[in-house]
Design a binder for this molecule. Sequence first.
Ligand code: CA
Length: 226
Amino acid sequence: MSQERILIIEDEARIAQFVERGLIYEGYRVTVARDGQTGLNAARDNPPDLVILDWMLPGLDGLEVCKRLRAAGNVPIMMLTAKDDIKDRVIGLDAGADDYLVKPFSIDELMARVRSLLRRVTPQSRPEVLRFADLTLDTGTHRAHRGERAIDLTAKEYELLELFMRNPRQVMTRDVIFDRVWGYDFGGESNIIEVYVRYLRQKTEQGDEPRLIHTVRGVGYVLREE
Ligand code: CA
């Protein structure tokens, strides 16, 4: 039985209760906060393994809470939103969210995404260091290095980079990336992969470091040397 701690920050009692019951049924330990500041305090006092964060909150809104959580650490953050709009998704991703769930959602969909996000905090049986060119990725600590330079990764950035590092010089199609990193299909119009590849490039290609993650137009991406 899982004992991961999940913090729900949601002001709508009906939704908070629906999510809380589902998570408790699956064996998670759950804390509910009804506004952003209370949620931030709860996360600081008792660090959760995952945060489920509503976008529309009284006082501090979900985006602001997301930014502050992200500034404090790398806890996986899933945002709940009624805004099913790609632009809003990107704003949330830029604020540091790892995933999205658009209301209304089913409890099964929520659980699938929670499991996917929590995979990174589940202890690995045998941590290893993956290497490609001057890039390394430690599957135990989830930290990357380019040469001597340490790189902090969020949950989804880590999973995406791990997929590339385990399949060097092989083209990863969008379908494969969706399936392996997100565990479900966002729909053809989603640009979430492009957004995350951009984040990874920003982190792994600083100064005159040569590009490692290359675009294969119309197909996907490949980790290779130039
Ligand atoms: Ca709300």
